[in-house]
Design a binder for this molecule. Structure first.
Ligand code: NDP
Ligand code: MG
Length: 397
């Protein structure tokens, strides 16, 4: 903390969540200052962000990019120090000066720095749901052992967090909560004839009706694997068993999720679909600050619709419930196979309708075991990636 300001590291600063986070930071210069910003390859975007926020450190993937960014910053008179590689991500997530860490790297690459933030007792603003899906038990243990606090950024989980009773501890027993209702927009193909899904292009899949997001999560939303990952995320964050987590399709994305209580009350959190709301909530919690989000106008919205998910149209949702019930390394295998299948679809090597086949074939092929250490989880991730890549190659022949 410097001069009463909270210091934040933004992992994945150049992504959709990273940019929204920096927008909220910029609205409150009296409350927040940036310790570190990280990107993978978007050096020019990170350069612009460094000029605006003057972090002590910036991190990129390669040493060559780091040297180029360092030279650009020096020429511009900015004294940010540029680091590179995966250990640097861990270092800026766990540095003693840091108060909070926005975990917004996409996919499994975000796990080590998010775990480092947990171990070093930070306030973790968790957008990177894949980290929790892969290693939920270990992650939650590290949060407790490190004295960290974990605040959900995913809009649904942030909504649930807001709807839970004060002082809620993980596990629904004794809380009066009977169900968690996770809302889902259904994505761009909710009503598309199933036989047309084979011809879907990456551009069509990434054109989400309500949210502007990175490409991987946009495809996950189109297959509803995103909601499947979120069911697993809810299980770990709130200790809710699979049977008490229900997915409700709500195409307008105005209700971000609901919590049902034993007395019949159902608490919902509503708002315009803009990630700056959960980001500002988690950054300032328990206070409330301006996020820049347009106020909700119910008259403009007019109506709210709901429907049950169709597990035939969205088989990925069924795969996620299956691995949650199995436990062990199964969720890490599902996550890795999904990352490979989605990247292959985005590269034009796999049909949209084959994503779920690659995941189920990989789940059938990998032998199960307990996820009792990070090494075991990372080994499952590696084997599942190899296996899924083989299935993609065969499918694209
Ligand atoms: P984006 O693809 O927009 O951004 C991803 C960020 O991660 C970028 O900064 C990217 O850097 C960086 N990155 C990518 N690969 C690596 C890697 N191997 N090592 C280090 N950094 C890497 O994703 P989003 O912002 O949409 O999503 C981020 C996370 O938040 C995901 O886990 C997603 O599921 C979750 N989330 C996102 C929501 C949204 O509305 N966008 C909503 C809820 C959750 P570079 O730009 O240089 O490539
Ligand atoms: Mg979400």
């Amino acid at each position: 903390m410097i001069q009463g300001k909270k210091l934040i590291t933004v992992l994945g600063a150049t992504g959709s969540i990273g940019v929204s986070t920096l927008d909220v930071v910029a609205r409150h210069p009296d409350r927040y200052a940036v310790f570190a910003l990280t990107a993978h390859r978007q050096v020019d975007k990170l350069f612009t962000q460094c000029l605006a926020h003057h972090p002590a450190y910036a991190v990129v993937a390669s040493a060559d990019d780091a040297a180029r960014l360092q030279a650009m910053l020096e020429r511009a008179g900015c004294c940010t120090e540029v680091l590179s590689g995966s250990q640097a991500l861990v270092d800026v997530a766990s540095a003693p000066e840091v108060d909070m860490v926005m975990a917004a790297i996409v996919g499994a690459a975000g796990l080590p720095p998010a775990l480092a933030a947990a171990r070093s007792g930070k306030r973790i603003l968790l957008a990177n749901k894949e980290a929790l899906v892969m290693s939920g038990a270990l992650f939650m243990q590290e949060v407790v052992a490190g004295g960290a606090s974990l605040l959900p950024i995913d809009s649904e989980h942030n909504a649930i967090f807001q709807g839970l009773p004060a002082g809620f501890e993980r596990g629904l027993g004794g809380s009066g909560v009977t169900r968690i209702l996770l809302t889902a927009s259904g994505g761009p193909f909710l009503n598309k004839p199933i036989d047309e899904l084979a011809a879907v292009t990456p551009e069509m899949a990434c054109a989400h009706p309500n949210w502007v997001m990175g490409r991987k999560i946009s495809v996950d939303s189109a297959t509803m694997m995103n909601k499947g990952l979120e069911v697993i995320e809810a299980y770990w964050l709130f200790g809710a068993p699979a049977e008490q987590i229900e997915v409700v399709i709500h195409p307008q994305s105005v209700i971000h999720s609901l919590v049902a209580y034993a007395d019949g009350s159902v608490l919902a959190q509503l708002g315009n679909p803009d990630m700056r709301t959960p980001i500002a909530h988690a950054m300032a919690y328990p206070e409330r600050i301006d996020s820049g989000v347009k106020p909700l106008d119910l008259f403009e919205i007019g109506r709210l619709d709901f429907q049950r998910p169709d597990f035939e149209r969205f088989p990925c949702l069924g795969h996620a419930y299956r691995v949650l019930r199995e436990g062990g390394i199964a969720p890490a295998v599902l996550n890795a196979a999904n990352e490979v299948a989605v990247a292959s679809f985005l590269d034009g090597r796999l049909g949209f309708d084959r994503i779920s086949d690659i995941i189920s074939a990989t789940l059938d092929a990998i032998e199960r075991r307990e996820a009792d250490s990070l090494d075991v989880v990372l080994d499952a991730d590696r084997r599942a990636r190899e296996c899924a890549s083989g299935f993609v190659e065969r499918a694209s022949r």
